[in-house]
Design a protein around this ligand. Sequence first.
Ligand code: NAP
Length: 249
Amino acid sequence: MLTFTNRTALVTGAGRGIGKAIAETLARHGVTVICVSKSADSCGAVAAAITAAGGKAKALAVDVADGAAVAKAAEDLLKEFPTIDILVNNAGITRDGLLFRMSDADWNDVISTNLSSAFHWCKHLARPMTRARWGRIVNITSVSGIMGNAGQANYAAAKAGMIGLTKTLAREFASRSITVNAVAPGFIKTDMTTEFVNNPEASAKILEAVPLKRFGEAADIANITAYLCSEEAGYVTGQVFAVDGGMAM
Ligand code: NAP
């Protein structure tokens, strides 16, 4: 069991997939979890399930791509919660296409949802962490941000940007005992990857590049994220942990 002492976490993209698993795992460790997603239904269902299981959770529908909406949400939350000790920037989308066919809208939507969102949440929630002299930030990036991936210029650029953001904030906040790390999933079974996972030809091709020869589970990402948010991980900062069956080694 990991140690968390009266901690509150905000997890973006907590309505489904990896974010849902992270929110549920933190809640099982006694953390109060603010579950953020785009639709009120998905974060509402996850927060309700956590509460029904005896945990503490609040649902919050915010479009994380909208910097002004994030600023307002953070301001309201900080009136309700004295500190938000843990921030997990997990919300993300894909809008894949080869460069010549990628629209400006698909570029901008992915950058604002996957990268600028993390900048905005960090900016608004890290200040109280600096005052408390304790904090954990985990950014969910991707192997695409480490290796690149044809057809994902927007996504890989956003995810590589998250790695730069992680390492920079780790340096900026280290003197306040705030750690900042990134987790880089490979192919994990969620709604984002259903179309590949359920297609035998596509999945066989993907698995050729995965030494462990299987797709990952959302829990694989949730477990390492929970560790990085715990007391036990206090001496780990500025790192990128690939959880990808060996793809990016
Ligand atoms: P998912 O199943 O598609 O879930 C995405 C979550 O993000 C949903 O809860 C969604 O909200 C939320 N979201 C999307 N856009 C948002 C916005 N503008 N504002 C607020 N919330 C928003 O995705 P996933 O597979 O769990 O992926 C989670 C993270 O891991 C992403 O950053 C993804 O890039 C990364 N990742 C995933 C894989 C993989 O194989 N699955 C691999 C590498 C990296 P709603 O529920 O309201 O739609």
